[in-house]
Design a binder for this molecule. Structure first.
Ligand SMILES: Cc1ncc(C[n+]2csc(CCOP(=O)(O)OP(=O)(O)O)c2C)c(N)n1
Ligand SMILES: CC(=O)[C@@H](O)[C@H](O)COP(=O)(O)O
Ligand SMILES: [Mg+2]
Length: 621
């Protein structure tokens, strides 16, 4: 790493010539591969923008100017080349650096990201404030072609054109979202990349003149005008119409071309969009050949690209993916939707078995929900599979378009609860709270894989909207006898002793450990698996809890507005006088890291809870 090791980052980058920059690009890739092969992370997106990052740091001052990355999953080179090379080995680990940009992590990070499509809007806000405060700052947003499918990006471009601000938008076009990109915008961008926009225009013109009277004479004139027309048909006419000067397409791996384009954009009066073509996974053959697999990876063998950890238990996602296919075989009205994450939510096999009943709408969660309401109002049964954290974007669509009209849309909410390394932008810790507020909603949370299957089966007979939330990772299994899932009814696993544990969803894994620790300490305790947040058979629940001296409520959701609060209110409203202890996500954002460390940090594990509650029982001599 001859250059990388001797640089005073990032300032020295601006003094390098292009040969040194090309050499540095190789060294950064080597450094990144070495580290991410151990830690895991978003490798392919970051490999794809090494040259772009160097060009940005060559032209701009990342401390004074503001570079806003969209999602931030592609900012590993930026982190290495600014102030986090020596911390990069702690990537996404508990207490280490984040996998995305965070203003609290570094002054070089202009804005916190993790959800897509926010960069142009936030950069425009930064630029507007900069102008109002008389700061001399260049502001750049770097957004991917996938992120360009979300409405927020267009709201921002619309207003950017209106304000006519001197700001640069870099569209990093690798023709990939996590999977190959979808949508009309994606096809438009591909046509630009292949130069098809202009060639199609030439063919259309030739076609018109060939069939018009005296056409050949006009065709001769048209050919003469070709150069002028070529200028008129700049490939980025769509952006030009929004008031952005289109520059491109540019080879995103040529630092010279990139810096030239950046300088060209810089001198524009008003906003400019630089359309950059890159290869996702560039520089590491396994990632170039399979950018989808290497979008987000766990630790892998640098030589082969194979994951280091083998063997994989069935995940909740797998169970959902299999069950929805089984249900679709029996009910032709069932359709399934994803917002650009067919593999992440487990719908790949559904898409292959039922291609006409599968909809990947791109990164457009709000649209996905309202679109599914349209599908439902006209007789279909949509299953909308979206991560809990990304579904937050569609909160109003759930209320306004689905629940208010009591439509049979089922939300399959994956990554419910703490997700781990992705951290606070990705933890699904609010869904039980934000859904509980909504009338007509049925809200279920399975404790294990079997229950997820039963809840999916039950959903098809519910008249109205349903939400089923389940976590990232392997499905839990329990050896005790199970009671069938019945709408609204909690599962009473044991009813004994003066105290009761009530557990919500998959955190049952900790609740069951707690239950056994209490039993091993010679005490008795009841154990309830809530199953439903709405509707809730309060009679059955009160029959178990009312006579207890104390109730221990546990959920992996925000305590604010969560299921524990609901049960607490139910008990108090019914005159309960016993002790109530609630354990869940406190009123704070949970950091990134491994799940056991995170649960320990917020007191959401069996050991911590046992230490708190063990004194409820009299000491056994
Ligand atoms: C609102 C939202 N939905 C979904 C995701 C999951 N996600 C992360 S990156 C990504 C694809 C982004 O594609 P693009 O912007 O082209 O970036 P690339 O990975 O190609 O560099 C998706 C769908 C997210 N982070 N935020
Ligand atoms: C960057 C992003 O938002 C996605 O890549 C996300 O990290 C995927 O999460 P999972 O790894 O839980 O599928
Ligand atoms: Mg992309």
């Amino acid at each position: 790493m001859e250059i990388l090791d001797r640089l005073q980052l990032p300032d020295d980058i601006r003094k390098l010539n292009y040969e040194e920059l090309d050499k540095l690009a190789q060294e950064v890739r080597e450094f990144m591969l070495e580290s991410v092969s151990k830690t895991g992370g978003h490798l392919a997106p970051s490999l794809g923008v090494v040259e772009l990052t160097l060009a940005l740091l060559k032209v701009f001052d990342p401390l004074n100017d503001r570079i806003v990355w969209d999602v931030g999953h592609q900012s590993y080179a930026y982190k290495i080349l600014t102030d986090r090379k020596n911390k990069f080995h702690t990537l996404r680990q508990y207490g280490g650096i984040s996998g995305f940009n965070k203003i609290s992590e570094s002054p070089y990070d202009a804005f916190g990201v993790g959800h897509t499509s926010t960069s142009i809007a936030s950069a425009l806000g930064i630029k507007t404030a900069s102008d109002m405060k008389g700061k001399d700052q260049k502001v750049v947003a770097v957004i991917g072609d996938g992120a360009m499918t979300a409405g927020l990006a267009y709201e921002a471009i619309n207003y950017l054109g209106h304000l006519d601000k001197n700001m640069i938008v870099i569209l990093n076009d690798n023709e990939m979202s996590i999977s190959p990109n979808v949508g009309a915008m994606s096809s438009y961008l591909s046509r630009i990349m292949t130069g098809e926009i202009y060639t199609r225009f030439r063919k259309d013109v030739a076609n018109i003149f060939e069939h018009a009277p005296m056409g050949s004479a006009f065709l001769h004139v048209a050919k003469k005008m070709e150069e002028g027309l070529k200028g008129f048909f700049t490939p980025g006419v769509l952006f030009e119409e929004f008031g952005l000067k289109y520059i491109g397409p540019i080879n995103g791996h040529n630092i010279r071309d990139l810096t030239k384009a950046l300088h060209n954009a810089e001198i524009q009066d008003g906003p400019a969009l630089i359309h950059v073509g890159t290869k996702k996974g560039k520089g590491f053959k396994p990632a170039e050949e399979n950018p989808e697999k290497f979008h987000g990876v766990s630790a892998f063998d640098l030589k082969t690209g194979e994951a280091v950890k083998f063997g994989k238990k069935k995940t909740y996602t797998d169970i959902f993916g299999d069950k929805i296919c089984e249900m679709a075989e029996k009910d032709e009205n069932i359709v399934a939707l994803t917002a650009a994450m067919p593999d992440g939510v487990g719908l790949r096999s559904f898409s292959e078995k039922f291609p006409d009943r599968f909809f990947d709408v791109g990164i457009a969660e709000q649209f996905a929900v309202t679109y599914s309401a349209g599908l439902a109002v006209n007789g279909l049964k949509p299953y909308v599979a979206i991560y809990s954290t990304f579904l937050q974007r569609a909160f109003d669509s759930i209320i306004h378009d689905v629940a208010l009209q009591n439509l049979p849309v089922t939300f399959c909410i994956d990554r419910g609860g703490i997700v781990g390394a992705d951290g606070p932008t990705h933890h699904g810790t609010f869904d039980l709270s934000y859904l509980r507020l909504i009338p007509n909603m049925t809200i279920m949370a399975p404790k294990d894989g079997d229950e997820l299957e039963e809840m999916l089966e039950l959903s098809s007979s519910v008249d109205g909207p349903v939400a089923i939330r389940y976590p990232r990772g392997s499905a839990d299994e329990y050896d005790f006898a199970r009671q069938p899932v019945k709408l609204g009814e909690p599962e009473i696993i044991s009813d004994q002793g003066d105290y009761a544990i009530v557990s919500v969803g998959h955190i049952f894994s900790e609740s069951y450990k707690l239950y056994n620790k209490i039993k091993q300490s010679g005490n008795k305790c009841s154990l309830v698996n809530l199953r439903f947040v709405k509707p809730l058979d309060s009679k059955k629940l009160l029959e178990v809890l009312y006579e207890k001296k104390g109730v221990i409520l546990i959920e992996e959701n925000a305590l604010n507005g969560g299921a524990c609060e609901k049960i607490q209110s139910l008990l108090i409203d019914n005159g309960y006088k016993g002790e109530i202890k609630k354990f869940g996500i406190p009123d704070e954002f949970v950091p990134h890291g491994d799940i056991p460390s995170l649960r320990k940090s917020i007191g959401l594990n069996a050991d911590y809870i046992f230490d708190i509650v063990k004194d409820l029982w009299p000491k056994n001599d």
